[in-house]
Design a protein around this ligand. Sequence first.
Ligand code: NDP
Length: 238
Amino acid sequence: MSRSVLVTGGNRGIGLAIAQAFAEAGDRVAITYRSGEPAELEKRGFLAVKCDITDTEQVDQAYKEIEEKHGPVEVLVANAGVTKDQLLMRMSEEDFTSVLDTNLTGTFRVVKRANRGMLRAKKGRVVLISSVVGLLGSAGQANYAASKAALVGFARSLARELGSRNITFNVVAPGFVDTDMTKVLTDEQRAGIVSQVPLGRYAQPEEIAAAVQFLASDNASYITGAVIPVDGGLGMGH
Ligand code: NDP
């Protein structure tokens, strides 16, 4: 049955692969974008909605448009995220708070707004995209790792708060994935990372999408508050 799905940051990278997987399964998929032209995305059948998740008003407007065109969001994938890497000594307060504002508070904004429709429908699926570094830590990424670790506490609290309403909250924690986010790494840094990954390679965005799709499927009806690693074994034991 076709569902109303929203993927934040679905215009590229992991988000786009997730959006594509849901669309191929027959769902009505809305994605958010901030910059660029949505024409190409609309040609692919997505409802492309302009939205910066650091702005509550824009989030509300995006939901209004999606609700009008696709109906209330039944599956939310909170994927949008940013990095601003810096060693603590050189990390400004703005570097820290802006990453938290997107990755954590931005996720709060979209989840809170989705909750309205899900409560009314007495069902819903929420999947948050965290990262292996949230639990493993990463030198130079204290802001990013803190924001991604916080998503686990956020999801688990909501799993407890809203389980009785048939809304599940799960977290996917990807390892290193081939996207724009990791293209900035040097060949040497990439080789160093790959040497730590038991499967010996980066993930493709589609491999993250598969886990997200599972968590949103009927097969995952009894899974909530879980953290699913899709990291080639990098974070084993966490
Ligand atoms: P990209 O940098 O390729 O894409 C990031 C996406 O987030 C873009 O769509 C971007 O929109 C969107 N975004 C960023 N800030 C905002 C904002 N304020 N409002 C709305 N949208 C925003 O990253 P990936 O695809 O690699 O990452 C997707 C998610 O997966 C992120 O949460 C990331 O932290 C996580 N992740 C990625 C890993 C990797 O190795 N790549 C590993 C583990 C986790 P726009 O195009 O407008 O900038």
